[in-house]
Design a protein around this ligand. Structure first.
Ligand code: ADP
Ligand code: MG
Length: 384
């Protein structure tokens, strides 16, 4: 009886997901910060306040966003206004709280517990709120906690409820960084960590049956929801160690938090193996290759390549292409088994409200639209 109910519930959930498509894009606009103001040298130090982002007027429209660019012609003195409208699965305005954002992803987190592979990305330029969204601040409060600790907490709570139906879950966390196309363990012991950038090499292995493993990577059992805070702290410390070797390193690397959820039902004997990946991507700012040499050039090329490869992979999946180019970057190769197939993908495109970031914001919204464009195409065709 239990098994039947469970099967029906999953099938229904699946159907709903199928209809909605398995790739979603949420846009999140961060609030204006004190540090955004007074950055202009020409006396117009209110730059950050010039409104260049508009939202639809209808109160219930939660999908639209428009960038507005006014340009004064030097010759005629006339002002021309250009509008760039975008639509996403959801647009979070600056005042949106972490808990409201989490409500919108909690279903995906639930899917991982049900045995699906799930990927949640944060894409955007440096300073747009990716880390705030994923991890939250270094000293989090109940209100400011990011998606990673919230996801762990929810999984823990749901697992407790499911225990009554016979499910026993084992939850394991891993946290790695991809920098210059090489993998580093963010949970390594401090003493190992300082050496790991030169020393230990981690390889990606795809095992038969659709599992992926990374060699020599630390795995932490999350047997209480509080453990996630220790784990995030350790990652922050390890990043700080690495930062002495390269400034701004965290904005130039991808960090991938992986939760493995292995369930076994002691009543029905079913098993489930879900994976939840939360990925804080490298800053998407267009990095000029001119003038860069040596390590810096290599770094720039690695970031450009992996972000465009990710776009290509998601595009190919939503386009239902026969060939998906997973092998073009470490990131997509690592996530091969969690992207496509029966997996679910969500991308946050984080943007800054600062007017001087206009071009980067436009680029980010265009990237996000490209990633999602096939889905829209399919939906339209179905309607006809
Ligand atoms: P990124 O990781 O994209 O480089 P951060 O997450 O570090 O950007 O955000 C840049 C700054 O903006 C940080 O000081 C962060 O605390 C702040 N910030 C970002 N998003 C929000 C938000 N939704 N609410 C409050 N502060 C935010
Ligand atoms: Mg960051």
């Amino acid at each position: 009886k239990l098994r039947e109910e469970e099967t029906v519930r999953r099938r229904l959930h699946n159907t709903i997901q199928e209809l909605k498509g398995n790739i979603r894009v949420f846009c999140r606009v961060r609030p204006l910060l004190h540090s955004d103001l007074g950055t202009d040298s020409d006396g117009k130090n209110m730059t950050g306040l010039i409104p260049h982002i508009r939202y639809p007027e209808e109160a219930n429209n939660r999908n639209g966003i428009e960038l507005v660019q006014s340009q004064e012609s030097a010759t005629s003195g006339k002002t021309t206004v250009k509008q760039y409208p975008f639509t996403f699965d959801r647009v979070f305005r600056p005042e949106t709280t972490q808990s409201t954002v989490f409500e919108e992803i909690s279903q995906l987190v639930q899917s991982a517990l049900d045995g699906y592979p799930v990927c949640i990305f944060a894409y955007g330029q440096t300073g747009s709120g990716k880390t705030h969204t994923m991890e939250g601040p270094n000293q989090p409060t109940e209100d400011t906690m990011g998606m990673i600790p919230r996801a762990v907490r929810q999984i823990y709570q749901t697992a407790t409820v499911l225990r009554e139906k016979g499910w026993e879950y084992q939850m394991e966390g891993q946290f790695l960084e991809i920098y210059n196309e090489a993998i580093h363990d963010l949970l390594a012991n401090q003493s190992d960590a300082s050496q790991s950038h030169v020393g230990r090499k981690h390889d990606i292995k795809h095992l038969p049956g659709g599992k992926t493993m990374v060699t020599d990577l630390t795995s932490v059992e999350l047997d209480s929801p509080e453990k996630v805070h220790q784990l995030l702290k350790r990652a922050t410390q390890n990043r700080a160690v690495a930062a002495t070797q390269c400034n701004e390193r965290s904005s130039r690397s991808h960090s991938v938090f992986t939760l493995r959820l292995n369930g076994h039902n002691t009543i029905t004997n079913e098993t489930s193996e879900g994976v939840l990946n939360l990925i804080d991507l490298a800053g998407s700012e267009r990095l000029s290759q001119s003038g860069s040499t040596g390590d810096r050039l290599k770094e720039t090329q690695a970031i450009n390549k992996s972000l465009s490869s990710l776009g290509d992979v998601i595009y190919a999946i939503s386009n239902r292409d026969n060939h998906v180019p997973y092998r073009n970057s470490k990131l997509t190769y690592l996530l091969q088994n969690s992207l496509g197939g029966n997996s679910k993908t969500l991308m946050f495109v984080n943007i800054s409200p600062v007017a001087t970031n206009f071009q980067e914001t436009l680029c980010s919204l265009r990237f996000a639209t490209k990633v999602n464009s096939c889905q829209i195409g399919t939906a339209r065709r179905n309607i006809k």
